[in-house]
Ligand binder design. Structure first.
Ligand code: IMP
Ligand code: MG
Length: 188
């Protein structure tokens, strides 16, 4: 019944629990803390998908970092990339001469980050690395290496912990595989 539906009903399975996510994010934070010792990186959150990962990750990094936000759009209400990247909100401050770490929820085709990487390097960042919670290497259409990732996942559409389908499921504390019936029903 519609009024008994929960977010969990729409999941095929849970891929990562709260505890697994917490541990992986903690380890990544420690790694970045070691790698950037003596530096003040600018952590750039790609909204909205990376927001939960970002807020947990920066609290695991023991460095005098600063934060900034960007909004890009590539998807809309679809599980397939449109191939176009639109810049909707830009950074507030210059990154000239800064060590930048771009924080993204997931790397799929690689198009979004390929575009962002070129853009931020052209603005004179002195270094640029990518931290993505999830990496789906099987789906890559442009060559892009991810410097830091928590999990490599198979080719499935996942939601939760910031990741959405049509803007829903971001508040799930776990990462799960969305049942294909949810998006097939919409496109048929
Ligand atoms: P790319 O440009 O194809 O690498 O796509 C990256 C963006 O697509 C991510 O920032 C996500 O917003 C979205 N995306 C790709 N795969 C998934 C998924 O499995 N679940 C939810 N969003 C996804
Ligand atoms: Mg998205």
């Amino acid at each position: 019944m519609e009024n008994q539906r929960t977010l969990y009903n729409d999941l095929e399975s849970i891929l990562y629990t709260k505890e697994q996510l917490k541990e992986a994010v903690q380890q990544l934070g420690e790694r970045i803390t070691r790698d950037y010792k003596g530096r003040k990186p600018v952590m750039v959150c790609i909204l909205k998908g990376a927001s939960l990962f970002f807020s947990d990750l920066i609290r695991e990094i023991d460095l005098p970092l600063t934060i900034d936000f960007m909004v890009v759009s590539s998807y809309g209400a679809s599980t397939v990339s449109s191939g176009e990247v639109r810049l909707i909100k830009d950074l507030d401050r210059s990154i000239l001469g800064k060590d930048v770490i771009v924080v993204e929820d997931i790397v799929d085709t690689g198009m979004t980050l390929n575009y962002l990487k070129k853009l931020l390097i052209s603005r004179g960042a002195s270094s640029l690395r990518i931290a993505a919670l999830l990496d789906k290497p099987a789906r890559r259409t442009v060559p892009l290496s991810v410097d830091y990732t928590c999990f490599e996942i198979p080719d499935a559409f996942v939601v939760g912990y910031g990741l959405d389908y049509d803007e829903v499921y971001r508040n799930l504390p776990e990462v799960g595989i969305l049942s294909p019936s949810v998006y097939q029903a919409k496109t048929e």
